[in-house]
Write a protein that binds this ligand. Structure first.
Ligand SMILES: NC(=O)c1ccc[n+]([C@@H]2O[C@H](COP(=O)([O-])OP(=O)(O)OC[C@H]3O[C@@H](n4cnc5c(N)ncnc54)[C@H](OP(=O)(O)O)[C@@H]3O)[C@@H](O)[C@H]2O)c1
Length: 263
């Protein structure tokens, strides 16, 4: 299948590690120019060097905090100026803190709102006008299986990713006439640093080992295993491509069969 991605320009948020990194690797493998972004500059530099060594056409990076509105304004301005526009935007950020309802303070709720809902909205507000001007764009939001089936102790994810989903569905209606599609990828349990932290949190809360938690969770996944970040990236590459041209407003789970609903 010819994906027609060569030469397209992508901004991938939260991309020095985990799912974002796998998406960036998938895009560079297709010949796209990729702007990486995360907080820790050294990790970005190491990844950019590695991708260039393995033949990437163009990889650059911006160290910035996606929780900060002024950093996002800087990200958009710098990327537009260095790349001359972005064709594919992947919204992604670190995950929100876990906790039970009564343990969440006002500040925790506002931090979750800012991180999990507003960082993506701010990126879209920044990059969408250029896509509309060029009459072509792909917006891909990394959300979570929590939009279909709430996850224990992930109250902030369960709450604010529902907001991302509502925003994306509404936006997809508004922008489809401009050749811009908006789709969400909802990962299940994917083996990343974030997942290791969440397993440790659950183990501590339940007074059991991390291995006990892993065994409990994977027993509930029909495929009997957690996923690899690359298994998210394969869908992102397809959604970014010309071959997804008649898909918009969708949320697709990549979860080894974990979600049991019909739709
Ligand atoms: N892994 C899963 O099983 C899973 C399942 C469902 C949903 N998700 C969601 O998918 C997203 C990515 O998860 P992941 O597992 O790939 O996480 P991860 O392995 O922890 O990677 C997160 C990436 O985002 C960067 N980052 C974190 N906070 C940032 C900030 N404030 N500003 C800029 N960059 C930031 C990190 O680099 P720095 O720390 O250097 O900034 C890193 O590159 C999260 O929102 C997570 O909740 C994950």
């Amino acid at each position: 299948m010819e994906l027609e991605l060569k030469g397209k320009r992508a901004f991938v948020a939260g991309s020095s590690e985990g799912i974002g990194r796998a998406v960036a690797e998938g895009f560079t493998a297709e010949g796209m120019a990729v702007m990486l972004c995360a907080r820790t500059e050294q990790k970005l530099k190491d990844l950019a060097d590695r991708l260039r060594d393995s033949g990437a056409e163009r990889v650059e990076y911006i160290a910035a905090n996606l929780d900060d509105a002024s950093d996002i304004a800087r990200i958009v301005a710098e990327t537009e100026s260095r790349f001359g526009g972005v064709d594919v935007l992947v919204t992604n950020n670190g995950g929100p803190n876990p906790g039970d309802f009564l343990s969440m303070s006002e500040e925790d709720w506002l931090a979750g709102y800012n991180r999990t809902l507003m960082s993506g909205i701010r990126l879209i507000r920044g990059f969408l006008p250029g896509m509309i001007e060029r009459q072509w764009g792909r917006i891909i939001n990394i959300t979570s299986i929590s939009v279909k089936q709430p996850v224990q102790r992930l109250l902030l994810s369960n709450t604010f990713r529902a907001g991302v989903t509502g925003m994306a569905r509404t936006l997809s209606d508004e922008v489809s006439k401009h050749g811009v599609t908006v789709n969400n990828i909802a990962p299940g349990y994917i083996a990343t640093g974030r997942q290791a932290q969440l397993f440790a949190d659950r183990a501590e809360k339940a007074g059991v080992t991390v291995e006990d938690i892993r065994a409990q969770l994977t027993a509930n996944i029909p495929m009997g295993r957690t996923g690899a970040p690359e298994e998210i990236a394969h869908l992102a590459v397809f959604l970014a491509s010309a071959r997804s041209s008649y898909m918009t407003g969708t949320t697709i789970q990549v979860d080894g069969g974990l979600y049991r609903g019909l739709l």
